[in-house]
Structure formats: C-alpha cells, structure tokens
Design a protein around this ligand. Structure first.
Ligand code: OAD
Length: 232
C-alpha cells in the first residue's frame, strides 16, 4: 500500500447496518418508510414540528439500544495505533464510532445525541425526547431542535474535512451509497489531489467508478481485514 502517512476515512450508514441501525436507501430502509420532505428538511420542521420531533425522538432512543460492531472497533483500533494523521468523517448521526473508542471523529451530518438551541445557538448533549419542548439547559428557551443536518442545510466542518484531505495520502470510503453531496464528492476531490482511493462496501455504489479499488463485503469483515493490513 505504498507510503501512507495521513488517512481520511468517510463512513456512512453501511458501517452501522450490522449494529441493527437501518440504512437510508436499502429496500425497507429509512427513506422508504418516511418521505425525506416530511421529516428531514427545515420546511418540514416549520410545517409540522411534532412529526419531525417524534421521528428524531424515536431514532435517538433507538440508537442508544445499539452496540458498535467489529467495523467500528477496527477503526477505533486504527485510531489508537496510527501514528500519522487520521480523520474519520462520518455521515452517521449515531455515536457508535465514539462508543467503540475512536477519538478522531468528525460528524459532518450532526449527532442524534445533541440538541441545538436556535435561540442561543448552543449545542447541548441530549439523550431524552424533545417532543415536550424541554427548555434549553443554557438559555431556558423552548427552542431545541435535533442537531442533525437536514436536506437543504450545510454539512458541518467542511473546511476541516477539505484541509485533512489536502494532507492525506489515502481516502477510504466505507458503507456509503455515494448519493448525498458534498460527502459523495469527496472521492473526486481526493482524485483531483492525486490521493489513493479505496472503497469498502457491501455492493458497488454510485461512486464506485471513481475509486482506484473497491472491496466488497460486509463492513464487519472487510473493515477489520483492511485495518489489519494497514497496521501490518
Ligand atoms: P445509504 O443508505 O444511502 O447507503 C448505505 C450503503 O451501505 C449502501 O451503499 C449499502 O450497500 C451499504 N451497506 C449496507 N449494509 C452494509 C454492510 N453490512 N457493510 C457494508 N456496507 C453496507 O446511506 P449513506 O450513504 O450513509 O443524510 O447516506 C448518506 C446520507 O443520506 C445520510 O447521512 C443521510 C441520508 O439522507 C442526511 O440525513 C443529511
């Protein structure tokens, strides 16, 4: 695998699938059960906040019942042992990377376990429901919303992601369909920068043609195998 010092990893719903968290675009996935426009846009929240809050309350409760799987643990092991640069950029709003022990994690689509107060702009750790409009722990306003990026909103910390990519020698995409931008465009940014690119996924994705190499299989198998290879 040549001289690799700095690695950027992008993860998607596929890495949490074997933990029992639904992906978005598979048969029976979340976006088949719910229309995006009904639950995951600012317009939906303005139109029917109870529907949106109930949806996220259920998801927030559900992820707390789930456990990290071998793919999360493998990336945590990589994080603990990799001396070079590493950034695990996740589109997932669960906390399974962190619970597995990974530290260098960036949540570009927000986090289920945080609530964002639109009055004072502070994000607070949050485990319970929001449907009853609890007060913000900081300013007491009853204006908390899920700290999750909705369609039509800007993903978080893109500047940090691009900065890490500019320093990277390897870009690895794990368990994502390549359907949602800007995350789906990172492989092309990596190619433009001359970085090696590797995809680990259950099946070929919309973005597969952009990668130098794609390895197919369940994340719980292909991710630990790749990490073992990298750590030598
Ligand atoms: P998707 O549901 O679009 O894609 C999941 C990917 O994981 C697919 O390519 C599957 O083949 C793959 N997959 C499924 N099971 C797997 C397994 N056991 N091992 C490895 N791969 C597996 O989810 P994302 O690409 O993460 O955004 O979706 C991207 C964004 O779209 C999400 O962050 C969310 C959603 O709308 C927002 O909510 C803003």
């Amino acid at each position: 695998m040549g001289q690799i010092r700095n690695i950027v990893i992008l993860t998607g719903a596929g890495i949490s699938a074997e933990s029992g968290i639904d992906t978005f675009r598979s048969a029976g996935g979340l976006w088949e059960q719910h229309r995006v426009e009904d639950v995951a846009t600012p317009e939906a929240f303005a139109r029917d906040p109870n529907l949106v809050l109930r949806f996220y309350d259920m998801r927030r409760a559900a992820i707390q019942e789930k456990l990290p799987n071998p793919a999360h643990f493998a990336l945590a092991e990589l994080d603990a042992n990799w001396k070079g640069g590493l950034l695990i950029v996740t589109q997932n709003v669960d906390d399974l990377h962190t619970r597995a022990g990974a530290r260098r994690v960036l949540h570009m689509h927000g986090e289920h376990l945080k609530a964002w107060c639109t009055s004072c702009d502070v994000r607070s750790h949050w485990r319970g429901p929001l449907i009853e409009r609890p007060p913000c722990p900081v300013c007491q306003a009853r204006t908390l919303r899920p700290d999750v990026v909705w369609f039509g909103e800007m993903p978080y910390r893109m500047g940090e992601i691009y900065a890490a990519l500019r320093e990277a020698d390897l870009f690895v995409s794990i368990g994502t369909s390549g359907a949602v931008y800007p995350a789906a465009g990172l492989v092309r940014n990596a190619r433009d920068l001359g970085i090696s690119t590797l995809e680990l996924n259950l099946e070929r994705s919309q973005g597969s043609d952009w990668f130098h190499e794609t390895r197919l299989g369940p994340a719980s198998e292909v991710v630990p195998a790749w990490v073992a290879e990298v750590l030598g």
